[in-house]
Design a protein around this ligand. Sequence first.
Ligand SMILES: C[S@@+](CC[C@H](N)C(=O)[O-])C[C@H]1O[C@@H](n2cnc3c(N)ncnc32)[C@H](O)[C@@H]1O
Length: 272
Amino acid sequence: MPLSKKTWLEDDQRRRQIDPADPETAAADEAFFGFERVQAREKAERVLKHFNSVAAAYDFMNTLLSFGIHHAWKRAGVRMLDLQAGERVLDVCGGTGDLAILAARRLGPRGQVVIYDINRAMIEAGTHKVRGRTRSAPIRHVQGDAERIAFPGRSFDAAMVGFGIRNVVRMRQGFAEMHRVLKPGGRLMCLEFSRPVWPVFRWLYDLYSFHIMPFLGELIAGSRKAYTHLPESIRMFPLPHELADMLRQVGFRRVDYRSFTNGIAVVHLAVK
Ligand SMILES: C[S@@+](CC[C@H](N)C(=O)[O-])C[C@H]1O[C@@H](n2cnc3c(N)ncnc32)[C@H](O)[C@@H]1O
């Protein structure tokens, strides 16, 4: 069935995005960029291009498009990680560093946060926020791919990924890498978008995401394409129970999740 342009997907359509390497669902070297089926390498290139084009306006657009609510979701996610002073935390797909800054405040000066992101433009767009904070843990940047995290195993107490795993070509591999670099007992927090629960709210959200969001994206960030891809990728993303299953499959235990704002955003917590 061809993918519909302006709605949520059937389970089988969404499953192809969950595991593009599954021989029953798609060829191993394929992935989805929004609703579009592309070669895995092409998805990686398009994701890079996408964030290059939005980096400068990224923080402003996030706040505008979410009416500022993304800050509350991020605060809740970091709070749920229950960070302790002195811990070492990895912010995978950390971008401009919102989660990292919130985490650093909770860790105190003896803690440490690493923002790990593949895109230099996104890292640079956030450096001014990360610099010059006192009484927080130091934050450093490492540029690299979430599918091959450049740290030895068992090196972090906690890992976070906020609105990032959707963009990783092999999502399962990304989670497996987060599992690898966590110490035994280490915690993972994943914050992502999901499907609103109430049908009427979902209808309004669809209207907003497929019409208003791309319009504002073009007007303010200069890219209609980037803000068309965003709602599509959200609709391709696993539902909360599907994501919880994936986390268990890569080895996490005590997997739990909590929905916010009628299910628009979901925080998953898991333990290695
Ligand atoms: C939507 S932004 C989220 C940024 C930040 N975590 C936040 O919550 O605002 C997604 C980030 O994931 C990064 N990203 C995409 N694919 C990646 C990969 N394979 N490895 C590491 N980072 C990746 C992008 O460069 C981008 O900065």
